[in-house]
Every structure is written in C-alpha cells, then in structure tokens.
Design a protein. Structure first.
Length: 631
C-alpha cells in the first residue's frame, strides 16, 4: 500500500471514529446549525416583549452577541463582508443589547455600534426584515401600504397571483406578516429602549425602489378582485384575516412553532398579539417553549438556531459513512436508519396544491418538521437507507414512497425546486420587497436538480432515456454559466452548484467528454488555490458571480474534489493536491472552518453547518479511494 493510500485510509478511519463518537443514543447527529446573531437578537427581543424575564438565557445570548462584535463596532454575517460590517445585523444587535438591559447607550461598545450605523445610513437603510422587527415592537413607523394585502388569502388559485403562488417558505413568514402589517400592530413595554438616535432622517420609505409604484396598481387590482368575489369590503376583510389565522393554526408543528422556524414563529406570536391574544395565551407559551428547543452551544456560547438540522445531518452522515465502507449492518447505521424511517412524512403538506396526484413520502430538514418535506432532504434520506432495502419489505415500501414523491416534484421546466412544484411566478418578481426572488419563489436550481439526478441515476433502475433525466439534463445545460459553472441556491455557491451539477450529469449517463462536464471541470480547476484547496466567498450569492474567498475551506475543497473524481478517469496533480489539503486540514484550526457554507437568503441569512467539515471530506476521500486506489 502506498503512502498516499495509507494516509487516506487513516483519514477515513479518523472521520468514521469521529462520527461514531458523536452519534446520539437516538441514532442522530446533532451538530449545530449556526447562523449569525440575528436569531439570538430576535429571541431577546421576543422574551423582553412578552415580559418573560429569563435572565439566564438572555445573559447567555448577550454574551454571544458581544463576542461577535468587530473592532469597528459592527456585526457581520461572514468575515469578508464588505463595508466592514452589516448595517441591518448591527441594528438588530444594538437593539437586542439595549433591550436586554445589560448594556446602555453609554457603553463604549454601543457607541461604536451607533457610529457604524449612522455612518452607513441609519435605520432608514436597513433590510425590510429588520424594519418589520422594529415596527412590531414600536421602533419604526409602519408604511402606508404593504405590498401583499391580506385579501390575497381569498383569491382563487386560478388568479395570476394568489396565496399559493408564493413559495411555502415565503408563506410561512408572509401570513403572520400580512396580519401585523394590516393591523399596523406595535407593542412596547416599560423597558423598551429608544432607538430614535439611530435615524439620520425620517424620510424612510419601506420599499424605496422603482417597483413600488408599479406594484401599487397591481396591489389595488388584487384587492378589487377579492371585493368582486365577496362583494362587501368589511366581510371581505374579516374573512381574509380569519383565513390567515386559520392557515397559521393549521401549520403549527407539534412543538408549537410555526413551520419549525424561529422567524415565522416570532412573527406568528406578534400576529396573535395583534389579533387580541394575551401574552400568556397557551398557544404563545407553547410557541416560545418550542423555540427553547432550538438552543445549542457553539464554542461555549448559547445560540438559538433558525431551526434544527437533525434530519439533514443524519441522512448525509449516514450515507457518507456507508460510502466509506461502514456496512449497513453496523449498529451506527442501523440506529441512523431507524431514526430516518421514523421521520419520513405521512401528512399532506402545502406541496399537494401544485402536485395533486402525489402521495406523501418525503423527508424534511429539521427534527420538528412533520408536513414540509423538501427535495434535498428526501434524496439525502433515500441515499442513506438504500442499502437497507434488500430483504426488508418495510424499508423497501418507505423507499418506494420516497422515490415516487421525489419524482413527482420535478418542475415542468425539467429542474427540481426545494419545496413545491412550479412556484416561480414572474409576477412575484415585481413585488417591491427586498430579495423577493429568494423569499417568494421556489424555482428550479442546479444544486437540487443535480443532487436529485445523482440519486436517481445511481440508486434506482430508472433508464437514462426517461424524461426525468432527459429533461433535467436539458435544464442543467441551459442554466450553465458562460464560464462553465452553475449557481447553487442553497450553498455557497458556484462551487456547490457545479459539484451537484457534474455529479448529477455523470450519474444520469452523460459522458465525461460532454462539453457541459468538460467546461465545468475546466472551471473548477481554474479556481483551485495554490495550497490545493478551494474557497468561495459568500459575496458570490448576492453578486451572482463567482468571488474567491482568498483562502481555502475544507468544505469547498471536498465538493470540488468530489466533482473532479466523478468526472475523471485517472487522478491528476490537482486532485492529489486536494487530497493532501483535506488530510492536512482534518485536525486544523484555520479561520475558514467557521466560514458559512450554506445560505438561506442572499445577503441576510447564512449558515455554518458544523457537520460539513467532517462529512464532505469523508465522502470525497472515500470516492477518491474507491475509484482510483482499488487493489
């Protein structure tokens, strides 16, 4: 055995042992799903508003927020964020710290934060999500109109824009938001801070861009159409609010949260207050208790996760372990499979609106999710349980249900979305809400399409001339960038999309010599760093162009290497260098280890998956070893 073979074998063994040590008794892996301090700030603001004075938790969250402050007084979503900080994030941190009561405006750290805020335009230039947080807590005036009227709730599905035109992750937040905006609800307490010192002027339109004027006419059309359906404006309004409230109640998870997210749950609580519920209402109390379950610990600090990532972590790790040679009979795999099989969903969620003939069978992202499956978690979970199908009728039945659901979710354009079919309305692009294309639509994207293709191509008997493949291949080829890369919607970003696309195309029967694969490989090789690794900046997603990080990350390197392994007949120097980078980084402490690899909303929400630095190197090294180093 060569030195390289021994090094790879040792690295794989080390990673397998890491996962063996970290698995819970339930068969899961509970690595943190870390984001910026926004969710910590929201929790403080929520607890103080509800007058739930959990000083221990508030103090813990304050410590994490302060620990993330930069020398210039600002907070960032990621290290290389431009302008040396994020205005909206800094306003949220400043607000939470003041509301906590453990910092005052006189503290030097707060003075520095205020200087940054004012130097960058003040509250007026924050993201609309930040303005919503400020408005419901009495710190910002509501706009004269909200782009999406509450009457949207009663428009028929046949209308060009209706409630179900919006993506489900958009609906989760838009419904409670429409209620509080309609009521122009605001609530303060005796301890509410005064943020008036963060304004530079009062000329502050909520939606300060060109589409606002265009949308007003369409906004009126939506209301007028609803009036024609119902007839009486007052009854129309009451019915719309009733529908919105019922929608929320129908989508509360067993843990009390709305869709299992802190953002939607936060807004639901304020919408219920707007509708007359008391702060100690059982529904509100259960929702808050649900948010407590999102607590985790990151480097000794308490953090409130956006949600949990238990299903996602467990499915990916389970699969990677088996690819690395851990047998399906191993107790570690058996326990993980048992957990995943229990988390397969049997309820009909909103996805059935656009996919009427399909039956449930998908998986969701978080441990608390029971009715919102997604394409990526479904393909990941199916990969994990595939080796357990043979000879086990119950697993085979679950697997078949999952495959059928996955196939049913393919968009008419040939690609795959995240949550719902065919929810990419061009009209919704007109809505004057920042980042509306990320919030309101769920289009086909290269990462989900490629990963669905990779699963179907490698683990099912679906022939390569099936429309599921031919249509998705056409979609990927049509959406390849001129430089050979693909944009990945849910990861960072072009490396992520290119990895998924290349591996998906290869598994679908596309030749290595195909121009799409060749240009993708050429692009990946062209951006490799001198140390053998790859690294991409989060700036790529907002700029919609590849921006190098200037350093290598273990996750980006694993994705790139895995793509090259998939598309190569023999290893070359670039792949060998990538292997060495991964092996040397397994125990490393580079700053890039904390760099986000996932995105939720370009420019505003990024995720550091603590599992990625172990599972993707394991997967890439295992694939490299199996393909190029067999005896």
């Amino acid at each position: 055995m060569s030195d390289e073979s021994m090094e790879i074998a040792d690295g794989i063994k080390q990673l397998i042992q890491k996962f063996r040590d970290d698995q819970t008794s339930a068969g899961t892996w509970e690595y943190p799903f870390e984001s910026s301090i926004s969710t910590d700030a929201y929790m403080i603001i929520l607890l103080r508003t509800l007058e739930i004075n959990d000083e221990e938790l508030i103090q813990e969250l304050v410590k994490r927020i302060i620990s993330k402050q930069s020398e210039n007084g600002a907070w960032k979503h990621f290290k290389d964020e431009r302008k040396n900080g994020n205005l909206s994030l800094t306003v949220e941190a400043y607000y939470a710290l003041l509301y906590s009561g453990y910092y005052s405006k006189k503290d030097e750290k707060m003075k520095e934060a205020r200087r940054f805020i004012l130097n960058n335009g003040g509250i007026e230039h924050t993201h609309f999500i930040t303005k919503i947080i400020l408005s419901v807590t009495g710190q910002h005036k509501w706009p004269s109109f909200f782009p999406l009227p509450i009457e949207l709730m009663i428009l028929p599905l046949a209308f060009p824009i209706n409630f179900y035109s919006i993506s489900v992750y958009g609906r989760a937040n838009i419904v409670p938001l429409m209620i509080v905006a309609d009521k122009k609800f605001a609530i303060k307490t005796t301890n509410s801070p005064d943020l008036s010192n963060l304004y530079t002027t009062r000329d502050d339109p909520y939606f300060s861009w060109s589409r606002s004027s265009e949308w007003r006419s369409l906004h009126s059309l939506l209301q007028d159409s609803a009036k024609k359906i119902i007839g009486i404006p007052k009854e129309l309004h009451l019915l719309s609010i009733s529908r919105a409230k019922q929608y929320m109640f129908n989508h509360i998870e067993p843990d009390g949260t709305l869709f299992g997210y802190i953002t939607s749950t936060f807004l639901m609580i304020f919408s219920l207050l707007a509708l007359g519920h008391k702060k100690n209402d059982p529904i509100i109390k259960k929702a808050v208790n649900g948010l407590y379950q999102f607590k985790t610990t990151v480097k000794g600090y308490t953090h409130i996760q956006l949600t949990t990532a238990t299903v996602w972590n467990t499915s990916l790790i389970n699969y990677a372990l088996q690819e690395a040679g851990v047998p399906a009979s191993d107790n570690m795999i058996l326990k993980a499979n048992q957990y995943l099989l229990k988390r397969q969903q049997s309820k009909y969620g909103d996805w059935v609106i656009h996919n009427k003939t399909a039956k449930p069978g998908g998986w969701g992202f978080s441990d608390v999710n029971t009715f919102q499956p997604d394409v990526d978690d479904t393909s990941a979970s199916l990969r994990a349980i595939t080796r357990a199908v043979s000879g086990n009728s119950s697993v085979k039945e679950a697997w078949n249900k999952g495959v059928n659901w996955l196939l049913s979710m393919q968009n008419d354009d040939g690609g795959w979305p995240a949550f719902e079919k065919n929810t990419n309305s061009k009209l919704l692009a007109m809505v004057p809400i920042q980042d509306s294309e990320y919030i309101l639509t769920d289009p086909s994207c290269a990462d989900l399409t490629g990963r669905a293709m990779e699963f179907l191509g490698k683990y099912t008997s679906l022939p390569h001339d099936d429309p599921a493949f031919t249509n998705s291949i056409s979609w990927l080829q049509k959406h390849q960038e001129e430089n050979g890369s693909w944009y990945g919607r849910w990861g960072i970003c072009y490396i992520y999309g290119t990895w998924a696309a290349i591996t998906g195309l290869k598994a679908s029967g596309v030749s290595t010599n195909n121009p799409s694969i060749q240009t993708g490989v050429k692009w990946l090789k062209s951006i490799q760093n001198h140390d053998g690794g790859w690294g991409e900046s989060c700036l790529s997603d907002k700029k919609k162009m590849y921006i190098p990080l200037g350093d290598s990350t273990i996750t980006h390197t694993a994705w790139a290497l895995d793509a090259l392994v998939s598309a190569s007949k023999q290893p070359d120097k670039r792949m060998e260098d990538a292997v060495q980078f991964l092996l040397q980084s397994l125990d490393g402490q580079k700053w890039t280890e904390d760099y986000p690899a996932g995105q939720g909303l370009a420019g505003s929400i990024y995720f550091h998956y603590h599992s990625y630095r172990y599972l993707f190197p394991l997967l890439a090294l295992a694939h490299y070893k199996d393909k190029f180093m067999k005896a």
